[in-house]
Design a protein around this ligand. Structure first.
Ligand code: NAD
Length: 419
Protein backbone atom coordinates (compact mmCIF):
# COMPACT_ATOMS: atom_id res chain seq x y z
CA UNK A 1 0.00 0.00 0.00
CA UNK A 2 0.98 3.63 -0.30
CA UNK A 3 0.72 4.14 3.45
CA UNK A 4 3.17 6.72 4.68
CA UNK A 5 3.80 5.45 8.18
CA UNK A 6 5.77 8.58 9.05
CA UNK A 7 2.59 10.64 9.12
CA UNK A 8 1.21 10.57 12.65
CA UNK A 9 -2.60 10.84 12.35
CA UNK A 10 -2.84 12.73 15.65
CA UNK A 11 -0.41 15.37 14.31
CA UNK A 12 -2.65 15.64 11.25
CA UNK A 13 -5.77 15.98 13.39
CA UNK A 14 -4.19 18.66 15.61
CA UNK A 15 -2.95 20.60 12.58
CA UNK A 16 -6.50 20.57 11.21
CA UNK A 17 -7.76 22.26 14.40
CA UNK A 18 -5.24 25.07 13.92
CA UNK A 19 -6.29 25.53 10.29
CA UNK A 20 -10.02 25.71 11.14
CA UNK A 21 -9.38 27.96 14.16
CA UNK A 22 -8.04 30.69 11.85
CA UNK A 23 -11.45 30.97 10.15
CA UNK A 24 -13.34 30.86 13.46
CA UNK A 25 -11.34 33.46 15.38
CA UNK A 26 -11.05 31.10 18.33
CA UNK A 27 -9.03 32.21 21.35
CA UNK A 28 -5.82 30.36 22.16
CA UNK A 29 -7.31 28.66 25.25
CA UNK A 30 -10.18 27.13 23.28
CA UNK A 31 -7.85 25.92 20.55
CA UNK A 32 -5.57 24.37 23.17
CA UNK A 33 -8.54 22.58 24.78
CA UNK A 34 -9.84 21.25 21.44
CA UNK A 35 -6.38 19.95 20.53
CA UNK A 36 -6.32 17.78 23.67
CA UNK A 37 -8.25 14.61 24.38
CA UNK A 38 -10.33 14.52 27.57
CA UNK A 39 -9.70 10.98 28.88
CA UNK A 40 -7.36 8.18 27.83
CA UNK A 41 -7.29 4.67 29.22
CA UNK A 42 -4.55 2.20 28.23
CA UNK A 43 -5.04 -1.39 29.33
CA UNK A 44 -2.83 -4.45 29.14
CA UNK A 45 -4.89 -7.57 29.65
CA UNK A 46 -4.39 -11.34 29.45
CA UNK A 47 -6.39 -13.67 27.21
CA UNK A 48 -6.13 -17.46 27.24
CA UNK A 49 -5.58 -18.66 23.64
CA UNK A 50 -6.92 -21.92 22.19
CA UNK A 51 -3.50 -23.58 22.62
CA UNK A 52 -3.69 -22.97 26.39
CA UNK A 53 -1.09 -20.18 26.40
CA UNK A 54 -1.84 -16.77 27.88
CA UNK A 55 -1.13 -13.69 25.73
CA UNK A 56 -1.20 -10.10 26.96
CA UNK A 57 -2.91 -7.60 24.62
CA UNK A 58 -2.84 -3.80 24.73
CA UNK A 59 -6.05 -1.84 24.26
CA UNK A 60 -7.11 1.81 24.32
CA UNK A 61 -10.25 3.87 24.88
CA UNK A 62 -9.98 7.59 24.33
CA UNK A 63 -12.68 10.22 24.80
CA UNK A 64 -11.80 13.40 22.96
CA UNK A 65 -14.65 15.76 23.83
CA UNK A 66 -18.10 15.52 25.41
CA UNK A 67 -19.24 19.16 25.18
CA UNK A 68 -22.21 18.29 22.93
CA UNK A 69 -23.19 14.90 24.38
CA UNK A 70 -21.95 11.42 25.32
CA UNK A 71 -18.72 10.20 23.76
CA UNK A 72 -19.27 8.05 20.67
CA UNK A 73 -16.90 6.08 18.50
CA UNK A 74 -15.93 2.68 17.19
CA UNK A 75 -13.57 -0.02 18.38
CA UNK A 76 -10.87 -1.26 16.01
CA UNK A 77 -8.97 -4.55 16.11
CA UNK A 78 -5.75 -4.21 14.10
CA UNK A 79 -2.01 -4.90 14.61
CA UNK A 80 -1.14 -1.21 13.97
CA UNK A 81 -3.51 0.30 16.55
CA UNK A 82 -1.66 2.72 18.84
CA UNK A 83 -2.50 5.58 21.17
CA UNK A 84 -2.00 8.39 18.65
CA UNK A 85 -4.14 6.65 16.05
CA UNK A 86 -6.95 6.21 18.57
CA UNK A 87 -6.60 9.85 19.71
CA UNK A 88 -6.87 11.10 16.12
CA UNK A 89 -9.88 8.89 15.40
CA UNK A 90 -11.56 10.11 18.63
CA UNK A 91 -11.01 13.75 17.64
CA UNK A 92 -12.42 13.16 14.15
CA UNK A 93 -15.50 11.56 15.78
CA UNK A 94 -16.12 14.79 17.72
CA UNK A 95 -16.05 16.93 14.56
CA UNK A 96 -18.04 14.36 12.56
CA UNK A 97 -20.99 14.29 14.97
CA UNK A 98 -20.96 18.08 15.01
CA UNK A 99 -20.84 18.37 11.19
CA UNK A 100 -24.10 16.42 10.92
CA UNK A 101 -25.40 18.10 14.10
CA UNK A 102 -25.86 14.97 16.19
CA UNK A 103 -25.70 15.37 19.99
CA UNK A 104 -22.62 13.23 20.58
CA UNK A 105 -19.03 13.88 21.53
CA UNK A 106 -16.11 11.88 20.15
CA UNK A 107 -14.35 8.71 21.29
CA UNK A 108 -12.51 5.76 19.81
CA UNK A 109 -11.04 2.49 21.01
CA UNK A 110 -8.85 -0.26 19.75
CA UNK A 111 -6.93 -3.38 20.57
CA UNK A 112 -3.54 -4.19 19.07
CA UNK A 113 -4.15 -7.67 17.68
CA UNK A 114 -4.44 -9.55 14.42
CA UNK A 115 -8.01 -10.85 14.30
CA UNK A 116 -7.25 -12.74 11.07
CA UNK A 117 -5.01 -15.06 13.11
CA UNK A 118 -7.46 -15.54 15.99
CA UNK A 119 -10.32 -18.01 16.39
CA UNK A 120 -13.85 -16.86 17.13
CA UNK A 121 -13.44 -18.21 20.64
CA UNK A 122 -10.27 -16.14 21.20
CA UNK A 123 -11.92 -13.01 19.77
CA UNK A 124 -14.86 -13.46 22.13
CA UNK A 125 -12.54 -13.77 25.15
CA UNK A 126 -10.49 -10.78 24.04
CA UNK A 127 -13.65 -8.70 23.54
CA UNK A 128 -15.20 -9.63 26.88
CA UNK A 129 -12.02 -8.98 28.83
CA UNK A 130 -11.38 -5.68 27.01
CA UNK A 131 -14.97 -4.61 27.79
CA UNK A 132 -14.37 -5.37 31.45
CA UNK A 133 -11.12 -3.38 31.38
CA UNK A 134 -12.74 -0.24 29.93
CA UNK A 135 -16.12 -0.73 31.67
CA UNK A 136 -15.49 2.31 33.86
CA UNK A 137 -15.71 4.59 30.79
CA UNK A 138 -18.72 3.03 29.06
CA UNK A 139 -22.48 3.56 29.35
CA UNK A 140 -25.40 4.87 27.26
CA UNK A 141 -25.04 8.30 28.89
CA UNK A 142 -21.22 8.25 28.88
CA UNK A 143 -19.55 6.49 26.02
CA UNK A 144 -21.07 4.27 23.34
CA UNK A 145 -18.80 2.09 21.13
CA UNK A 146 -19.62 0.83 17.63
CA UNK A 147 -17.91 -1.32 14.99
CA UNK A 148 -14.80 -0.15 13.14
CA UNK A 149 -12.05 -1.97 11.23
CA UNK A 150 -12.23 -5.75 11.87
CA UNK A 151 -15.01 -5.51 14.45
CA UNK A 152 -18.63 -6.28 13.58
CA UNK A 153 -22.15 -6.78 15.00
CA UNK A 154 -21.08 -10.00 16.75
CA UNK A 155 -18.31 -8.14 18.61
CA UNK A 156 -20.89 -5.49 19.61
CA UNK A 157 -23.18 -8.26 20.89
CA UNK A 158 -20.37 -9.57 23.14
CA UNK A 159 -19.68 -6.04 24.44
CA UNK A 160 -23.38 -5.47 25.14
CA UNK A 161 -23.68 -8.85 26.90
CA UNK A 162 -20.56 -8.32 29.05
CA UNK A 163 -21.60 -4.79 30.02
CA UNK A 164 -25.14 -5.98 30.81
CA UNK A 165 -23.83 -8.83 33.00
CA UNK A 166 -21.65 -6.38 34.95
CA UNK A 167 -24.64 -4.05 35.45
CA UNK A 168 -27.08 -6.86 36.29
CA UNK A 169 -29.65 -5.97 33.61
CA UNK A 170 -29.81 -5.63 29.81
CA UNK A 171 -28.37 -2.39 28.47
CA UNK A 172 -28.80 -2.39 24.68
CA UNK A 173 -27.96 1.35 24.41
CA UNK A 174 -24.33 0.81 25.50
CA UNK A 175 -23.23 -0.05 21.94
CA UNK A 176 -24.53 0.57 18.43
CA UNK A 177 -24.07 -1.56 15.35
CA UNK A 178 -25.51 -4.52 17.28
CA UNK A 179 -27.35 -7.38 15.58
CA UNK A 180 -30.96 -6.33 14.90
CA UNK A 181 -32.12 -9.17 17.19
CA UNK A 182 -30.47 -7.37 20.15
CA UNK A 183 -31.80 -3.89 19.43
CA UNK A 184 -29.59 -3.00 16.48
CA UNK A 185 -31.12 -0.52 14.06
CA UNK A 186 -32.31 -1.60 10.66
CA UNK A 187 -30.03 0.08 8.13
CA UNK A 188 -27.05 0.53 10.51
CA UNK A 189 -24.80 -1.99 8.78
CA UNK A 190 -25.19 -0.28 5.39
CA UNK A 191 -25.26 3.28 6.76
CA UNK A 192 -21.65 4.36 6.20
CA UNK A 193 -21.36 2.92 2.68
CA UNK A 194 -24.73 4.44 1.82
CA UNK A 195 -23.60 7.82 3.09
CA UNK A 196 -20.46 7.63 0.93
CA UNK A 197 -22.77 7.28 -2.06
CA UNK A 198 -25.28 9.95 -0.92
CA UNK A 199 -22.48 12.51 -0.59
CA UNK A 200 -20.84 11.35 -3.85
CA UNK A 201 -24.17 11.94 -5.63
CA UNK A 202 -24.40 15.43 -4.08
CA UNK A 203 -20.85 16.14 -5.28
CA UNK A 204 -21.73 14.99 -8.80
CA UNK A 205 -24.85 17.21 -8.78
CA UNK A 206 -22.73 20.17 -7.71
CA UNK A 207 -20.30 19.48 -10.55
CA UNK A 208 -23.16 18.92 -13.03
CA UNK A 209 -22.20 15.34 -13.71
CA UNK A 210 -24.53 12.33 -13.93
CA UNK A 211 -24.14 9.24 -11.75
CA UNK A 212 -24.93 6.90 -14.65
CA UNK A 213 -21.73 5.52 -16.11
CA UNK A 214 -19.51 7.28 -13.54
CA UNK A 215 -16.32 5.24 -13.09
CA UNK A 216 -15.63 4.44 -9.43
CA UNK A 217 -12.55 2.86 -7.81
CA UNK A 218 -12.86 1.68 -4.19
CA UNK A 219 -10.01 0.76 -1.84
CA UNK A 220 -11.31 -1.70 0.78
CA UNK A 221 -14.29 -4.00 0.49
CA UNK A 222 -15.43 -4.32 4.11
CA UNK A 223 -18.49 -2.75 5.64
CA UNK A 224 -17.88 0.66 4.08
CA UNK A 225 -16.21 -0.22 0.76
CA UNK A 226 -18.36 -3.28 0.03
CA UNK A 227 -21.64 -1.47 0.74
CA UNK A 228 -20.56 1.61 -1.22
CA UNK A 229 -19.72 -0.60 -4.22
CA UNK A 230 -23.18 -2.17 -4.18
CA UNK A 231 -24.90 1.21 -3.80
CA UNK A 232 -22.90 2.82 -6.63
CA UNK A 233 -23.75 -0.14 -8.86
CA UNK A 234 -27.45 0.09 -7.95
CA UNK A 235 -27.51 3.74 -9.08
CA UNK A 236 -25.95 2.95 -12.46
CA UNK A 237 -22.33 3.89 -11.77
CA UNK A 238 -19.55 1.60 -13.01
CA UNK A 239 -17.39 0.17 -10.22
CA UNK A 240 -14.20 -0.44 -12.20
CA UNK A 241 -11.91 -1.51 -9.33
CA UNK A 242 -12.03 -2.69 -5.74
CA UNK A 243 -9.38 -4.03 -3.36
CA UNK A 244 -8.78 -5.67 0.00
CA UNK A 245 -5.67 -5.90 2.20
CA UNK A 246 -4.18 -8.58 -0.11
CA UNK A 247 -4.96 -7.50 -3.68
CA UNK A 248 -7.33 -5.66 -5.99
CA UNK A 249 -9.26 -6.31 -9.17
CA UNK A 250 -9.91 -4.05 -12.21
CA UNK A 251 -12.14 -4.03 -15.28
CA UNK A 252 -12.46 -0.73 -17.15
CA UNK A 253 -15.99 -1.67 -18.28
CA UNK A 254 -17.19 -2.29 -14.72
CA UNK A 255 -16.84 -5.31 -12.44
CA UNK A 256 -19.37 -8.09 -12.06
CA UNK A 257 -19.71 -7.16 -8.38
CA UNK A 258 -21.82 -10.08 -7.26
CA UNK A 259 -19.27 -12.55 -8.59
CA UNK A 260 -16.09 -10.77 -7.47
CA UNK A 261 -17.37 -9.96 -3.96
CA UNK A 262 -18.70 -13.52 -3.60
CA UNK A 263 -15.27 -14.90 -4.53
CA UNK A 264 -13.60 -12.54 -2.07
CA UNK A 265 -15.76 -13.98 0.71
CA UNK A 266 -15.00 -17.53 -0.42
CA UNK A 267 -11.22 -17.19 -0.91
CA UNK A 268 -10.29 -14.30 1.40
CA UNK A 269 -8.82 -12.35 -1.53
CA UNK A 270 -9.84 -11.46 -5.09
CA UNK A 271 -9.52 -14.18 -7.74
CA UNK A 272 -9.48 -12.44 -11.14
CA UNK A 273 -10.94 -14.20 -14.18
CA UNK A 274 -8.20 -13.41 -16.76
CA UNK A 275 -10.85 -12.97 -19.50
CA UNK A 276 -12.67 -10.31 -17.44
CA UNK A 277 -10.39 -8.63 -14.90
CA UNK A 278 -6.82 -7.62 -14.19
CA UNK A 279 -5.25 -8.10 -10.77
CA UNK A 280 -3.95 -4.82 -9.33
CA UNK A 281 -2.30 -3.64 -6.11
CA UNK A 282 -3.78 -1.11 -3.68
CA UNK A 283 -1.18 1.37 -4.93
CA UNK A 284 -2.33 0.94 -8.55
CA UNK A 285 -5.99 1.28 -7.55
CA UNK A 286 -5.40 4.71 -6.03
CA UNK A 287 -3.78 5.91 -9.25
CA UNK A 288 -6.38 4.56 -11.71
CA UNK A 289 -8.03 6.75 -14.32
CA UNK A 290 -11.50 7.09 -12.78
CA UNK A 291 -14.15 9.70 -11.93
CA UNK A 292 -14.57 8.91 -8.23
CA UNK A 293 -11.96 7.42 -5.90
CA UNK A 294 -13.19 6.04 -2.56
CA UNK A 295 -10.51 5.11 -0.03
CA UNK A 296 -12.40 2.88 2.43
CA UNK A 297 -9.65 1.08 4.38
CA UNK A 298 -7.10 2.83 6.60
CA UNK A 299 -5.32 6.16 7.25
CA UNK A 300 -2.47 7.70 5.23
CA UNK A 301 -3.17 6.07 1.87
CA UNK A 302 -2.99 9.19 -0.30
CA UNK A 303 0.26 10.91 0.51
CA UNK A 304 2.51 13.64 -0.86
CA UNK A 305 4.29 10.88 -2.75
CA UNK A 306 1.36 9.36 -4.70
CA UNK A 307 -1.09 12.30 -4.77
CA UNK A 308 0.48 13.76 -7.96
CA UNK A 309 -0.49 10.50 -9.73
CA UNK A 310 -4.12 10.43 -8.53
CA UNK A 311 -6.31 10.85 -11.61
CA UNK A 312 -9.77 10.88 -10.01
CA UNK A 313 -11.86 14.04 -10.35
CA UNK A 314 -13.68 13.44 -7.05
CA UNK A 315 -12.35 11.90 -3.82
CA UNK A 316 -14.95 10.60 -1.36
CA UNK A 317 -13.32 9.52 1.90
CA UNK A 318 -15.05 6.42 3.27
CA UNK A 319 -12.08 5.73 5.56
CA UNK A 320 -11.03 8.04 8.38
CA UNK A 321 -7.90 10.06 7.64
CA UNK A 322 -6.94 8.44 4.31
CA UNK A 323 -5.36 11.64 2.96
CA UNK A 324 -2.32 13.34 4.50
CA UNK A 325 -2.14 17.17 4.70
CA UNK A 326 0.66 17.16 2.12
CA UNK A 327 -1.53 15.17 -0.26
CA UNK A 328 -4.40 17.57 0.37
CA UNK A 329 -2.34 20.45 -0.99
CA UNK A 330 -1.47 18.49 -4.12
CA UNK A 331 -5.11 17.46 -4.69
CA UNK A 332 -6.27 21.03 -4.27
CA UNK A 333 -3.80 22.26 -6.88
CA UNK A 334 -5.02 19.53 -9.22
CA UNK A 335 -8.64 20.65 -8.69
CA UNK A 336 -9.82 17.36 -7.16
CA UNK A 337 -13.17 17.82 -5.40
CA UNK A 338 -12.80 16.24 -1.94
CA UNK A 339 -15.72 15.04 0.18
CA UNK A 340 -13.85 14.77 3.50
CA UNK A 341 -14.13 11.83 5.90
CA UNK A 342 -15.94 13.77 8.64
CA UNK A 343 -18.76 14.32 6.15
CA UNK A 344 -18.52 11.37 3.75
CA UNK A 345 -18.56 8.65 6.41
CA UNK A 346 -20.74 10.42 9.01
CA UNK A 347 -23.65 8.17 8.01
CA UNK A 348 -22.33 5.52 10.40
CA UNK A 349 -22.55 7.70 13.48
CA UNK A 350 -25.85 9.14 12.24
CA UNK A 351 -27.58 5.77 12.14
CA UNK A 352 -25.77 4.83 15.37
CA UNK A 353 -27.52 7.85 16.85
CA UNK A 354 -30.85 6.52 15.50
CA UNK A 355 -30.07 3.15 17.10
CA UNK A 356 -29.26 4.75 20.46
CA UNK A 357 -32.47 6.83 20.34
CA UNK A 358 -34.52 3.72 19.53
CA UNK A 359 -32.85 1.78 22.38
CA UNK A 360 -33.44 4.54 24.94
CA UNK A 361 -37.09 4.94 23.90
CA UNK A 362 -37.67 1.22 23.26
CA UNK A 363 -38.82 1.94 19.71
CA UNK A 364 -38.23 0.13 16.43
CA UNK A 365 -38.06 2.26 13.28
CA UNK A 366 -38.59 0.81 9.81
CA UNK A 367 -35.72 0.63 7.33
CA UNK A 368 -37.49 3.26 5.17
CA UNK A 369 -37.69 5.67 8.10
CA UNK A 370 -33.99 5.18 8.90
CA UNK A 371 -33.02 5.61 5.26
CA UNK A 372 -35.14 8.75 4.78
CA UNK A 373 -33.76 10.38 7.95
CA UNK A 374 -30.19 9.45 6.99
CA UNK A 375 -30.54 10.90 3.50
CA UNK A 376 -32.05 14.12 4.85
CA UNK A 377 -29.28 14.62 7.42
CA UNK A 378 -26.49 13.81 4.98
CA UNK A 379 -27.84 16.07 2.24
CA UNK A 380 -28.18 18.90 4.77
CA UNK A 381 -24.63 18.27 6.04
CA UNK A 382 -23.25 18.31 2.49
CA UNK A 383 -25.09 21.55 1.67
CA UNK A 384 -23.90 23.28 4.84
CA UNK A 385 -20.28 22.30 4.19
CA UNK A 386 -20.48 23.27 0.52
CA UNK A 387 -22.02 26.66 1.41
CA UNK A 388 -19.12 27.41 3.78
CA UNK A 389 -16.61 26.21 1.19
CA UNK A 390 -18.08 28.50 -1.50
CA UNK A 391 -18.65 31.50 0.78
CA UNK A 392 -15.17 31.44 2.32
CA UNK A 393 -13.44 30.07 -0.80
CA UNK A 394 -11.85 27.25 1.19
CA UNK A 395 -11.49 23.51 0.44
CA UNK A 396 -14.33 21.19 1.46
CA UNK A 397 -12.19 19.63 4.23
CA UNK A 398 -11.47 22.98 5.82
CA UNK A 399 -15.15 23.94 5.46
CA UNK A 400 -16.26 20.73 7.20
CA UNK A 401 -13.75 21.37 10.01
CA UNK A 402 -14.96 24.97 10.34
CA UNK A 403 -18.56 23.74 10.66
CA UNK A 404 -17.80 20.91 13.10
CA UNK A 405 -15.18 22.64 15.23
CA UNK A 406 -17.26 25.84 15.27
CA UNK A 407 -20.21 23.97 16.77
CA UNK A 408 -18.05 22.26 19.40
CA UNK A 409 -16.32 25.55 20.28
CA UNK A 410 -19.68 27.26 20.71
CA UNK A 411 -20.97 24.45 22.96
CA UNK A 412 -17.76 24.73 24.99
CA UNK A 413 -18.19 28.51 25.33
CA UNK A 414 -21.83 28.19 26.44
CA UNK A 415 -21.01 25.56 29.04
CA UNK A 416 -18.20 27.68 30.47
CA UNK A 417 -15.26 26.50 32.51
CA UNK A 418 -15.68 24.53 35.73
CA UNK A 419 -15.13 25.48 38.54
P1 NAD B 1 -13.93 -3.48 7.78
O1 NAD B 1 -13.14 -4.22 8.77
O2 NAD B 1 -15.34 -3.90 7.52
O3 NAD B 1 -13.17 -3.47 6.38
C1 NAD B 1 -11.85 -3.03 6.28
C2 NAD B 1 -11.42 -3.19 4.83
O4 NAD B 1 -10.12 -2.64 4.70
C3 NAD B 1 -11.33 -4.65 4.40
O5 NAD B 1 -11.86 -4.76 3.09
C4 NAD B 1 -9.84 -4.92 4.38
O6 NAD B 1 -9.48 -5.90 3.43
C5 NAD B 1 -9.32 -3.56 3.99
N1 NAD B 1 -7.93 -3.40 4.42
C6 NAD B 1 -7.39 -3.69 5.63
N2 NAD B 1 -6.09 -3.42 5.62
C7 NAD B 1 -5.83 -2.95 4.39
C8 NAD B 1 -4.67 -2.53 3.76
N3 NAD B 1 -3.49 -2.54 4.42
N4 NAD B 1 -4.77 -2.10 2.48
C9 NAD B 1 -5.96 -2.08 1.82
N5 NAD B 1 -7.09 -2.50 2.37
C10 NAD B 1 -7.01 -2.92 3.62
O7 NAD B 1 -13.87 -1.94 8.21
P2 NAD B 1 -14.87 -0.79 7.84
O8 NAD B 1 -15.86 -0.67 8.92
O9 NAD B 1 -15.31 -0.94 6.42
O10 NAD B 1 -13.90 0.49 7.98
C11 NAD B 1 -13.13 0.98 6.89
C12 NAD B 1 -12.79 2.43 7.15
O11 NAD B 1 -14.00 3.18 7.29
C13 NAD B 1 -11.99 2.73 8.42
O12 NAD B 1 -11.15 3.83 8.19
C14 NAD B 1 -13.06 3.11 9.43
O13 NAD B 1 -12.55 3.89 10.49
C15 NAD B 1 -13.98 3.89 8.53
N6 NAD B 1 -15.34 4.05 9.03
C16 NAD B 1 -16.13 2.98 9.30
C17 NAD B 1 -17.42 3.16 9.76
C18 NAD B 1 -18.37 2.00 10.01
O14 NAD B 1 -19.56 2.27 10.27
N7 NAD B 1 -17.95 0.77 9.92
C19 NAD B 1 -17.90 4.46 9.99
C20 NAD B 1 -17.08 5.54 9.70
C21 NAD B 1 -15.81 5.31 9.22
Amino acid sequence: MAADKKVNPFDTARKQVEIAAKYLNLDAGTVEKLKHTKRELIVHFPVKLDNGQVKVFTGYRVQHNVARGPAKGGIRYHPDVDLDEVRALAMWMTWKSAVVNIPFGGAKGGVQCNPKEMSLHELEHLTRRFTWEIFIMLGPEQDIPAPDVYTNPQVMAWIMDTYSILKGYSVPGVVTGKPVELGGSLGRFEATGKDVVITAVEALKHLNRPIEGTRVAIQGCGNVGGTAAEQFHRLGARVIAISCSTNGIYNENGLDLKRVLGQKVEHGCFVPDPKEETEITNQQLLELDCDILVPAALENQITGENAPRVKARILVEGANGPTTPEADEVLEQKGVFVVPDILANAGGVTVSYFEWVQNLQELIWSEEEVSERLTRIMQRGFREVLDISLAKKIPMRTAALVLGIGRVAEATRLRGLYP
